[in-house]
Design a protein. Sequence first.
Lengths: 114, 113
Amino acid sequence: SQQGEEDPQALSIQEGENATMNCSYKTSINNLQWYRQNSGRGLVHLILIRSNEREKHSGRLRVTLDTSKKSSSLLITASRAADTASYFCATDVISSGSARQLTFGSGTQLTVLP
Amino acid sequence: DAGITQSPRHKVTETGTPVTLRCHQTENHRYMYWYRQDPGHGLRLIHYSYGVKDTDKGEVSDGYSVSRSKTEDFLLTLESATSSQTSVYFCAISSGVPNQPQHFGDGTRLSIL
């Protein structure tokens, strides 16, 4: 089963509005990462939040992490048509091995209408 | 952008044929990964490598093998392709430093008829 699950699966908003996506996970993590994927392209890293952090900002992005609820949210403020993409959360899970492995959710498809 | 090149970008082949996908990096990163992406499943890890000749299985490794003879190249092989392996395949790299992200190639779209 997926470690991370995004909600909603699809989101459609008007340009200028804020978009919020949520991610839930199941086990203890080292960090949680958010990626964006434009159609036909690879994933692009957006932001990483460590397990001991509660909130992080990067430009128009704001990420929160609640380890007690095993959940995270990604807020995109003042959205633009160019923000139209799929957004994935990925968890870096605490393990005994040295390889850094990520487990991805199934993503949120964001459509920003001009 | 991280220097990751996947080849080919698109491939159509028939059931039962062998297929090899290549991932080439110019970042000298230790870790390399192969994922597949299917609708409704996000990305699932197939195999990964933590050094030259050092590889391990991921979540969906059945039917796939990998090799890494040089730091910069990671090959994914489907020995006898099946229609269920039709997917988009992504390569990723990471330095292995804690709390650093992975960087992805643009993918290979593989269709098996």
